[in-house]
Design a protein around this ligand. Structure first.
Ligand SMILES: [Zn+2]
Length: 173
């Protein structure tokens, strides 16, 4: 199967006017702000976006981005693989005032006249989809990486042992 190629730049206004499509894949390695957050830099993101003008006259870019990323769990510092399946629903706007008038289902995409980089668009959407504090959903996955949950740590308290030793030594005098 041949992967359709993505243009490196698009004019979103023109793409919407022409009901264009953006389909293909991008290497994660081409997204520097994203890979700064990741544990691995290989992999690709598949892009399936369409542009158009909705019945209310909103110029939009919508569709889906799919990829798998590897992060570092902030609880156990182990590897955390995450599938990102991002729904994109962007309404094109020229400025803030226009953004305020967009129907709720759209996130504003501020685009002055001219071209934007497809990689920037994809990267921004993926960055928004990353968890702020990546963690395994199941704490047992963290324990498998050597993490001990706080209630278990309380079971052996080195200071409690020390305190009882001190008490014993005082008693013997
Ligand atoms: Zn973990």
């Amino acid at each position: 199967m041949q992967t359709p190629s993505l243009p490196s730049k698009i004019d979103p206004w023109r793409l919407a006017a022409e009901s264009g499509r953006l389909e293909g894949s991008l290497a994660l390695a081409a997204l520097p702000r994203l890979i700064a957050e990741l544990n691995r830099t290989d992999g690709v993101v598949s892009v399936a976006l369409v542009a158009g003008i909705d019945p209310r006259g909103v110029r939009f870019i919508g569709g889906a981005l799919r990829t798998g990323v590897e992060l570092v769990c902030q609880r156990c510092l182990g590897r955390l693989r995450l599938a990102l399946d991002v729904t994109v629903s962007l309404g094109l706007v020229h400025g803030e005032a226009e953004a305020g008038r967009l129907p709720e289902e759209y996130e504003p995409l501020l685009v002055p006249e001219g071209a934007i980089r497809v990689a920037d668009l994809v990267e921004d959407e993926l960055l928004l989809a990353l968890p702020q504090i990546p963690r395994h959903d199941d704490a047992r996955d963290c324990e498998a990486n050597g993490y001990r949950t706080p209630d278990r740590v309380e079971h052996d308290q080195p200071f409690a042992t020390l305190a009882s030793l001190l008490r014993d030594s005082r008693r013997s005098h």
